[in-house]
Design a protein. Structure first.
Length: 191
């Protein structure tokens, strides 16, 4: 059974408080590179466009994606997110370079958890297992570490796929805590 490929939902610019999705007072995500596309061998990470909204909405409503994020987001919150996501600083649509299909989101939030730059991600289930999330997150982490001393990500302890991904891109467990009724693992990588 597949699990959500999401590290920390707290960097979502329009997240609302929900289990495993803290957002009470975090600022809008921002990144000096947020408008410059980031290219990898197979992917382009670029700002979210209006045409991306239907696929992005699936990330918020798909039960598999939301398994470790408190379940599907309610309709009223989805409508708010739909208005805010287009061009949101730090939010990167991950699209396959060969055909432009949206695979997921990677969000970079400066001044995230503990004041460190935080990376989070979500991918549509039909694109799990192809290495896209690892490729996108590795590129985002590398970009962050060009200018920041460290990067962090948070995932539920139960999200084994996400934990393996974070470890594969060089982040190491740096602490654990209970938040939103679930044990969370903080991962960190220093420059």
């Amino acid at each position: 059974m597949m699990q959500s490929m999401t590290a920390s939902p707290s960097a979502d610019p329009s997240a609302s408080p929900e289990p495993s999705s803290p957002e009470p007072s975090s600022p809008e995500p921002s990144s000096p590179e947020s408008s410059a596309p980031l290219r990898t061998e197979r992917l382009v990470l670029r700002p979210v466009r209006r045409a991306d909204v239907p696929a992005v909405t699936r990330l918020w409503t798909d039960p598999e994606v939301r398994r470790h994020l408190g379940g599907p987001v309610i309709a009223s919150v989805v409508r708010i997110r739909q208005r805010r996501i287009v061009g949101a600083p730090g939010c990167h649509a991950v699209v396959r370079a060969e055909d432009g299909v949206l695979l997921g989101l990677v969000t970079v939030e400066e001044g995230g958890r503990g004041g460190e730059t935080e990376v989070s991600y979500q991918f549509l289930p039909e694109h799990w297992g192809s290495g896209y999330a690892r490729e996108a997150v590795a590129a985002a982490v590398a970009r962050v570490l060009e200018t920041a001393p460290s990067v962090v990500a948070v995932t539920q302890e139960a999200n084994h796929r996400s934990r393996r991904l974070l470890e594969a891109v060089g982040l190491e467990p740096a602490g654990s805590f209970v938040e939103w009724d679930a044990r969370q693992i903080l991962y960190r990588r220093r420059a």
